[in-house]
Design a protein around this ligand. Structure first.
Ligand SMILES: Cc1cc2nc3c(=O)[nH]c(=O)nc-3n(C[C@H](O)[C@H](O)[C@H](O)COP(=O)(O)OP(=O)(O)OC[C@H]3O[C@@H](n4cnc5c(N)ncnc54)[C@H](O)[C@@H]3O)c2cc1C
Length: 351
């Protein structure tokens, strides 16, 4: 697998040929099509790993309509795409929201993420799918007061939680994974869930129950009623259950893992022509209404568009050829087949 750990370079600046927003299957295949033409790419995704909907929503479901792959799971497709783009060494910036875009005097684009990473390129490619995955937040009074101060929805740096009394809320894989992974570095830990049934992988559920049995995790079953604390600092959470009534669980920090939802997010603010919350494109070039900004995959709209992975793959090839002249204005693009082009074969390391 190529290096997918680019998020260690936060708050730095990079130049590349194409900035890709979205590391779903279409963004990943775009890296390949661009690479065939000798164009480099950086990929920004709010998720902590590649694969978009395939990896996040249906990693173990079988996809039956990828040409020549009789069946393949969402995760297998992601893994294979990552292997396929390995020769082109893309840089990934995970857990970062593509937030602001501005045009520079030299005609290039500057993208700034919510983590302060700055990327500059002659081409900006939106492969944002159904939008950025955002955490579902609990509907609780005073949430805004604590949000981002002592309530979080992701673990960006484990060190942030060292020595803290951490309350983890949720019953799925993310909640259970963080119970297991953070447990060695925290001063106290509670796991709060509505019922004593968990949806995570059985091995992780077993590890969690072992930590409970060892007295390292306080398992509290109930609904969260209230957040308690002052000035953004949580001191406890009040739960309610039929067995115990109302009771408080002390904590310094709450990590809430209630799943993800997809939102169009900042892309809607970039002045692009939109159609039903999707970005309108030309079907010849996949360029948007703004020259130099392209869009492919589920997020683009044109008459007859089908939200299928194979459509996104086709769009990637046309987009790559169309955006070449922005990145290499003094070069002529030659159409070549991978079967017969020795230069493509050299790029891919095959002969
Ligand atoms: C349950 C299910 C089953 C499916 N089955 C099939 C099937 O059998 N065959 C098929 O062809 N298709 C299927 N699909 C559809 C398929 O998954 C989508 O067509 C495909 O994922 C689109 O790929 P994409 O790369 O365009 O977008 P996505 O996979 O949505 O990836 C987009 C990525 O962009 C990121 N992103 C968006 N905005 C930002 C931003 N501002 N900053 C940072 N990151 C951002 C998102 O976090 C996401 O990771 C299925 C979908 C679902 C939900």
């Amino acid at each position: 697998m190529p290096d997918a750990g680019g998020d260690s370079h936060k708050s730095e600046s990079y130049k590349t040929d194409v900035i890709i927003i979205g590391g779903g299957p279409v963004g990943l295949f775009a890296v390949f099509e661009l690479g065939l033409l000798g164009l480099s790419a950086h990929v920004v995704d709010i998720l902590d790993r590649p694969g978009g909907q395939c990896a996040e929503l249906y990693p173990e479901k079988t996809i039956l309509d990828i040409p020549s792959r009789l069946k393949i799971t969402g995760q297998e497709l992601t893994n294979d795409l990552m292997t396929q783009i390995e020769p082109f060494h893309p840089t990934f910036h995970f857990q970062q929201m593509a937030e602001k875009v501005e045009k520079l005097e030299n005609g290039h684009w500057r993208l700034v993420t919510d983590q302060g990473t700055t990327l500059e390129a002659p081409v900006l490619l939106i492969a944002g799918g159904g939008g950025s995955f955002m955490p579902k937040k609990p509907k609780l009074d005073r949430l805004e007061e604590f949000d981002g101060e002592s309530i979080f929805y992701a673990v960006r740096k484990m060190e942030q939680f060292r020595g803290k009394n951490v309350l983890i809320a949720g019953g799925g894989d993310s909640a259970l994974d963080w119970v297991v992974n953070l447990n060695p570095i925290v001063s106290g830990m509670s796991l709060v869930h509505r019922r004593n049934e968990f949806r995570g992988a059985q091995a992780t559920v077993d590890q969690m129950y072992a930590l409970v049995a060892a007295g390292k995790v306080n398992l509290a079953i109930g609904d969260i009623l209230r957040l308690n604390g002052e000035g953004g600092q949580l001191t406890s959470v009040t739960l309610k259950s039929t067995e115990k009534g109302e009771f408080d669980v002390p904590c310094d920090v709450m990590l809430a893992f209630y799943g993800l939802t997809m939102k169009l997010g900042p892309i809607a603010e970039w002045g692009l022509n939109m159609d039903n919350n999707r970005v309108a494109v030309s079907t010849e070039t996949f360029e948007t209404s703004t020259p130099g900004i392209f869009c492919i995959g589920d997020m683009c709209y044109y008459p007859g568009k089908l939200k299928l992975i194979l459509s996104g793959f086709h769009e990637s090839a046309l987009m790559a050829h169309a955006c070449f002249h922005y990145a290499r204005p003094n070069q002529k693009l030659r159409f070549e087949h991978t079967t017969s082009s020795s230069s493509i074969q050299a790029k891919l390391g095959v002969s």
